[in-house]
Design a binder for this molecule. Structure first.
Ligand SMILES: [Zn+2]
Length: 476
């Protein structure tokens, strides 16, 4: 089936939200539906909402309700104080054991086009991250544009089932990410490589063309440079100018292995941090992942300049890359700009942030323990700050309505201390096996009753399996 056919097929469902109407006013349903094409939503009687407040403190609101108009949260109050009275959908979160609501989780680093490589590489049997990268390139030669498109849908829908509503991805194809974002209705920062091994036609000029037309797209274009040692200074200079002109984001892998750090010094005559600084790219529009082999002075400088950092502890452990100096960044006041990421299925099989948060906790506990509340902030508020998305990451009036609905009567929450509901956050992070009951992005239900509203999962899994085997066949 072509991209166009699939787009046509989902178009009606996306625009008319027909699926939600099927469940209208069913007595077992949590939803009461009063109008087609819903715009005003009330989520009422929520036993527990967890969010950071305007002062960045983690709070727990008991028995609050949320009013939503279009894509925005308009009110956050106990039910009797909600002023708006007219709603197209009323969701009763107090029914049948209740629901815990959190902000949509924010994934700072992914490669969504690589989803078909699950099982292709036996991660922990590789010698190092450098071997994995070399092997990965061999596999990727056998993927065509259509394979990348299906991979991207597979990857994003898996993230959504695990509570992720916003993702920064980087890869060679803008188009695959754009179509997948439209179909899954995901918030996607779609960073395209300005230099690419697999796509020699990629260039800063090509990315600039996308940025010039950014209003046309569903996803948000951005620039990526996979490795700085492979980027000629002339390209860095062009990238710098494009970023200034379009106020866009840049994402790069940084100091992921000792080898990469050493090659950069050999090829460019300086470290990756020094190189970014030289081209005026050491600022909060730049997002670097890993950042393991950086000096104490560089840690202070990166923190001072509020560069965004994505910590990927599972990827670092599996590839034997080393340990991210979390506490050194923390002590340099850089903690506020650290978020978490999934990376691709080549670096972490389950694409979620809850297990990534737990991995962060157990990776760094030999020195001190990262508190559950801190990990929660890294998955929500810090992620939004790193990606320069100032209207996401918190549940507050004026923020975008990106919400995750977790079932309370679930082994991932129970038992907890009713006198200290913050124990629910610890349970949420340590349990690991959670998938969401419902998921809302920009005021629209994307997953409802654990079912994706815009992608038929059975059909998708069948297609992914076929594409994966076709890739293996071509590699032979
Ligand atoms: Zn990566």
């Amino acid at each position: 089936m072509s991209h166009q056919n699939i787009l046509e097929q989902i178009k009606e469902r996306v625009e008319n939200k027909t699926d939600i109407l099927h469940e209208a006013n069913n007595e077992h349903s949590r939803y009461e539906v009063n109008a087609k094409n819903y715009r005003q939503i009330l989520i009422k009687n929520i036993p527990f909402i967890f969010t950071c407040d305007a002062d960045d403190h983690l709070i727990c609101l008991k028995n609050y309700s949320i009013a939503i108009k279009n894509d925005l949260i308009t009110e956050l109050e106990p039910l009797e104080k909600i002023k708006e009275k007219k709603f197209d959908i009323i969701y009763d979160a107090g029914k049948r054991g209740g629901i815990v609501v959190t902000p949509g989780l924010i994934n700072g680093h992914a490669h969504i086009h690589m989803y078909l490589l699950r099982s292709a590489l036996v991660l922990d049997e590789e010698k190092s991250v450098d071997d994995t990268i070399a092997n990965m390139a061999k596999w990727q030669r056998f993927e065509d544009e259509e394979a990348l498109f299906y991979a991207a849908i597979g990857d994003l829908t898996e993230q959504q089932k695990n509570g992720i509503t916003t993702t920064l991805t980087h890869g060679p194809s803008f188009n695959a990410g754009e179509i997948a974002a439209k179909i899954t209705q995901h918030n996607l920062i779609n960073a395209v490589s300005a230099v690419s091994n697999s796509r020699p036609t990629n260039s800063p000029e090509m990315v600039e063309e996308l940025l010039a037309q950014k209003k046309k797209f569903y996803s948000t274009p951005a620039i990526s440079l996979h490795y700085l040692y492979k980027t000629p200074p002339t390209t860095l200079d062009k990238v710098k100018k494009i970023i200034e002109k379009y106020q866009t984001l840049l994402t790069v892998h940084m100091a992921e292995s000792q080898n990469v750090a050493a090659i950069t010094v050999k090829e460019q005559g300086m470290s990756e941090v020094a190189l970014l600084k030289k081209f005026d790219l050491l600022n909060n529009r730049t997002i670097v992942s890993h950042s393991i082999y950086v000096s104490p002075e560089e840690i202070v400088e990166m923190s001072k300049n509020q560069i965004g950092i994505v910590h990927l502890p599972t990827s670092n452990a599996i590839h034997k890359s080393g340990i991210f100096p979390f506490w050194q960044f923390n002590d340099a006041n850089g903690y506020k700009n650290i978020c978490l990421g999934t990376d691709s299925v080549v670096s972490k099989s389950k694409l979620d942030l809850l297990t990534e948060a737990y991995q962060a906790r157990i990776t760094h506990l030999y020195s001190r323990t990262i508190k559950y509340g801190t990990l929660f902030k890294m998955m929500t508020m810090n992620g939004a700050r790193v990606l320069n998305l100032h209207d996401r990451g918190k549940i507050l009036p004026g923020m975008k309505a990106d919400l995750v609905f977790w079932k309370l009567r679930d082994r991932g929450f129970i038992p907890y201390d009713e006198e200290n509901p913050m124990t629910l956050i610890g349970n949420l992070i340590t349990h690991g096996g959670r998938s969401v009951r419902d998921l809302m992005i920009n005021g629209k239900f994307i997953i409802k009753g654990r079912r994706h509203q815009f992608v038929d999962e059975t059909q998708l899994l069948n297609t992914l399996q076929k594409k994966h085997m076709a890739m293996r066949q071509r590699k032979k």
